[in-house]
Design a protein around this ligand. Structure first.
Ligand SMILES: NC(=O)c1ccc[n+]([C@@H]2O[C@H](COP(=O)([O-])OP(=O)(O)OC[C@H]3O[C@@H](n4cnc5c(N)ncnc54)[C@H](O)[C@@H]3O)[C@@H](O)[C@H]2O)c1
Length: 268
């Protein structure tokens, strides 16, 4: 979704989980608006590919490996990113994993920890490390976290993914409270249903064909009148909201949760 706006000229933007799906689209959006973008992902091959795609279009991007489940890996990411592009202006905490649809009664402790270490702890540590760099560099930057409609609904049978995404909303608000006086804004976007690889695990569990679950979920929601805009969401629509919140156009907005979900009414 090319808007022609150039709101991030020469700004340093880090996007975690930017090798695929929504994160990849967010990275493209910031780069097309003039930012120097770090593609932070644990998958080197796919991350390098996205950075190259962006450079091929004439914009600036660099892949840096991170596993957000590893605190030292996050510290190394921030060190490498700063030495590549200077102080951080915008941090987008997007990396996450989903889980199977298994019942909370069957969920193993290991699975709970895996989901929380990536989705909640990883997002918190990444956001906090970027905030510290903004403070140290006197940058009045912006942080955007990605939660999910699942954070506000008990629709899913499982326990860890929705709970981890609810945790993201709460620490986003707390960070916003702490950082507001320093001129750093922190907001959260909760996407609705977008067709990405995050659904692959659910598809395999439900023995559905790859890349069919998101469409199926939308069909169910439309049929039951639970979706005001009766279609699937596009990654570009999520990226637009993230870029808006990160930009000066949102200069008086902080501690907010913006739902970009077509009006899913099981989330109200
Ligand atoms: N697709 C949807 O319908 C949907 C709905 C609501 C919220 N979301 C949220 O949007 C964000 C993007 O998800 P997506 O749909 O693009 O899925 P995706 O699976 O395409 O993207 C997630 C990315 O995170 C990366 N990642 C996972 N674990 C990591 C780790 N430990 N360290 C570094 N990177 C890691 C993956 O490699 C992948 O590139 C997530 O926060 C997700 O929870 C997505």
């Amino acid at each position: 979704m090319e808007t022609g706006a150039k709101r991030f000229i020469d700004q340093h933007v880090i996007v975690t989980g930017a090798a695929t799906g929504i994160g990849r689209t967010i990275a493209h959006r910031f780069a097309a608006e003039g930012a120097k973008v770090v593609i932070a992902n644990r998958n080197r091959e796919r991350g390098e590919k996205v950075a190259q795609e962006i450079r091929d279009t004439g914009w600036t991007a660099q892949y840096i490996r991170v596993d957000v489940a590893e605190p030292e890996s996050i510290n190394e990411l921030i060190r490498n990113a700063i030495s590549t592009f200077g102080p951080v202006h915008v941090a987008v905490s997007n990396a996450a994993v989903s889980e199977t649809q298994s019942s909370a009664l069957d969920l193993s402790v290991e699975e709970w920890d895996r989901i929380f270490n990536i989705n909640a702890r990883g997002s918190f540590l990444f956001s906090r490390a970027c905030a510290q760099n903004m403070i140290d560099s006197n940058v009045q930057g912006s942080i955007v976290t990605l939660s999910s409609i699942m954070a506000r609904s008990a629709k899913s049978m499982s326990g860890a993914y929705p709970a981890s995404k609810a945790a993201v909303i709460m620490f986003t608000k707390n960070l916003a409270k702490l950082l507001g006086p320093m001129g750093i804004r922190v907001n959260c976007v909760t996407p609705g249903v977008v067709a990405t690889e995050i659904w692959h695990e659910v598809e395999s569990e439900m023995m559905m064909e790859k890349d069919t679950f998101a469409d199926w979920l939308i069909e169910q929601s439309v049929a039951s009148g639970q979706l005001l805009i009766p279609r699937i969401g596009q990654a570009e629509e999520i990226a637009s909201a993230v870029a808006f919140l990160a930009s000066n156009e949102a200069s008086y907005i902080t501690a907010q949760v913006l739902s970009v979900d077509g009006g899913m009414d099981w989330c109200w």
